[in-house]
Design a protein around this ligand. Structure first.
Ligand code: DQA
Length: 146
């Protein structure tokens, strides 16, 4: 099973228009098409979801066991607040890669803490759209090792 669940958290649907000085002009569609292109080359299947709702993200992760070999997630603002998403990731035990467009450690102090990182296999941040591509490569590498 080489299926990867990609989750974009809250407000990432607004990319392109949202704070372009921080996130650039890249849209969620640009990111998704880059991911799909890489997935095709590497022969993995993606299911891509964007949600602004914490509970929906928790449910998606909770139902992912047995369906997905890895999870690639940008939890967005929930990175810094959501014990529920953290617990979901640690419950399902599916290798999870956390990504962020911006370098969260170079921004406001409240963004310096990720509740997700301790239960993720790793985190990539600060490279814009490339964070996702590197994250997908990492996720594929993790599946390969299984
Ligand atoms: C983000 C960083 C978060 O702090 C922020 O709340 C986001 C986007 C990023 O991709 O850089 O919504 O996850």
């Amino acid at each position: 099973m080489k299926k990867i669940l990609v989750i974009h958290g809250p407000n990432l649907n607004l990319l392109g228009k949202r704070e372009p000085d921080i996130y650039g002009k890249v849209t969620i569609d640009d990111i998704n098409s880059g991911l799909k292109k890489m997935a095709k080359t590497k022969k993995v299947t993606l299911e891509i979801v964007q949600s602004n709702h914490e509970g929906k993200i928790v449910e998606l992760i909770g139902k992912s066991a047995g369906k997905f070999a890895a999870i690639l997630i940008n939890p967005a603002a929930y990175t810094h607040t959501s014990v529920a998403i953290r617990d979901a990731v640690s419950s399902v035990k599916i290798p999870t890669v956390e990504v962020h467009l911006s370098n969260i450690y170079a921004r406001e102090e409240f963004r310096h803490t990720s509740l997700i990182s301790p239960v993720a296999r790793g985190q990539i941040c600060g490279f814009g759209k490339m964070s996702y591509l590197l994250g997908l490569e990492a996720a594929i590498g993790l599946i390969g090792k299984k």
